[in-house]
Design a protein around this ligand. Sequence first.
Ligand code: FES
Length: 83
Amino acid sequence: MIVQICVGSSCHLKGSHAIVELMKNAVEDHGLEDEVVLAGCFCTGQCTREGVTILVDEEPISGVTVDTFDEIFKKNILERLKG
Ligand code: FES
């Protein structure tokens, strides 16, 4: 699975850096280093919404914030890897 975190200017302002850190930690905590490849990406054109946009295997997920991170990680990354 490839997870890209948008570091475009809008997402950068909304906290990409914090999301990158949360993502790295979550991947490590779940021992997913061999399964998840983390990368940055530029603006995906989804930046009008709140929060940061990430791409999970090319699928954009918007609205990632420090508050929504856990939920989004669980639903879009953990559950997909299991399924
Ligand atoms: S800057 Fe991130 S989606 Fe546009």
